[in-house]
Design a protein around this ligand. Structure first.
Ligand code: AN7
Length: 359
């Protein structure tokens, strides 16, 4: 019988060694992040805009359930190579979950600052179970980030927010995967925008493949912010950002200028979507495609719908939407927006009646 040789998957640093050359093999801390599926829309594209192709890059299937793991493997590996003994971050939840897991794997300490009462339960549980020192502050993400940066500068603790350039370096691998799979760049790449690191990282990844001659044209980068937390769209810092999508409840993004550059260099857009619109597409993704993502991730589809209604796309356009985090991060939100379970007595007839199979 012929043997099929399996190529072992060893995480994003080893897979994209040529584009991440500065991490020595012995310093690599990986939980085998990346290699996430690019799922073609089966039903939604027909309901929205049958003339375009829609793909979902489902980053919820990373080890800690979000795209942050791609950046964290590089940032923590780099920290280890420099002899760091601890990492710190401010977070709306996913960065803290990822930092905690990678620090645990590396055997170093982690400190996380989170806005009190404004992070999803799943994310909080992750930081706690991985053994981080979790500090809830009476303030928002932007205020927490200022404190984290100061402590990092003054006390030699490595900051692993996306102000750490190695985070963006790792996150660019998601665009490599998209291009490797499609054999080209998409026409449009749509991402949620919070601290604006990811849109920057994707754009860097596309440009690097282009320079390396692996693709012959670049995509347009499209970002969406929640209407109550849309500093880039409104062109001013939002002191008290609010949105149901707590992951992107950010009023003063660290990579603001880089996101604007990604938008303008690529000929793309950054616009806003209301909570109501994004919650609709959150349920739609779950019910029409079987994909359970975070509210913040669903903003990409809500935004695509808005653009499609304005006649933005042309026939055959390929649109990739990054679904940044898993829906299980925030089960309470899923319960809040869905039908309640039906209370049924414990007998077959009652169950059949509830099923609508018996009058
Ligand atoms: C699911 O975890 O900022 O624009 O502290 O968790 O790169 O910030 C999370 C951000 C989108 C926005 N989707 O990405 C944090 C944090 C999800 C997120 C974003 C976040 P950026």
């Amino acid at each position: 019988m012929r043997q099929v040789k399996q190529v072992k998957y060893e995480g994003v640093i080893k897979r994209y060694r040529d584009f991440l050359p500065y991490i020595k093999e012995k310093h690599i801390i990986t939980i085998l992040e990346g290699n996430t599926p690019l799922i073609k829309s089966r039903n939604i594209h027909r309901l929205i805009d049958p003339k375009i192709d829609i793909y979902f890059k489902f980053e919820g299937l990373n080890p800690t359930g979000s795209f942050k793991d791609r950046g964290m493997t590089v940032a923590v590996s780099k920290a280890i190579s420099e002899g760091s003994k601890a990492v710190i971050c401010a977070s709306t939840g996913n960065t803290s979950a990822s930092a905690s897991a990678y620090a645990a794997r590396a055997g170093i300490k982690s400190f996380v600052l989170i806005p009190e009462g404004k992070i999803a339960t799943g994310k909080l549980s992750q930081a706690l179970v991985h053994g981080s020192t979790v500090m809830q502050i009476k303030g928002n993400f932007d205020e927490a980030l200022v404190i984290a940066k100061e402590i990092a500068n003054e006390y030699g603790v490595t900051i692993v927010n996306s102000v750490n350039p190695y985070r963006l370096e790792g996150q660019k691998t998601a665009s490599f995967e998209v291009m490797d799979e499609l054999g080209r760049a998409p026409d449009y790449h749509i991402v949620p925008v919070g601290n604006a690191g990811n849109i920057t990282a994707y754009w860097n990844g596309y440009k690097e493949y282009y320079k390396a001659g692996k693709i012959d044209r670049l995509p347009k980068m499209i970002g969406f912010q929640a209407a109550g937390a849309a500093p880039i769209v409104l062109n001013r810092v939002i002191k008290e950002p609010h949105t149901i999508a707590t992951a992107i409840r950010i009023g003063n993004p660290a990579s603001w200028q880089k996101a604007i550059a990604a938008r303008d260099e690529s000929g793309g857009l950054i616009e806003a979507v209301t909570d109501e619109e994004l919650l609709k597409t959150y349920s739609m993704l779950a019910q029409k495609e079987g994909i359970f993502c975070e509210p913040a991730s669903a903003i990409t589809l809500a935004g695509l719908i808005k653009l499609s209604e304005k006649g933005y796309f042309k026939k055959g356009d390929v649109c990739v939407l990054t679904l940044t985090g898993h829906g299980l991060k925030d089960p309470q939100n899923a319960i809040n927006v869905s039908k309640e379970p039906i209370a049924v007595p414990c007998d077959k007839l009652s169950v059949l009646k509830a099923m609508g199979l018996w009058d």
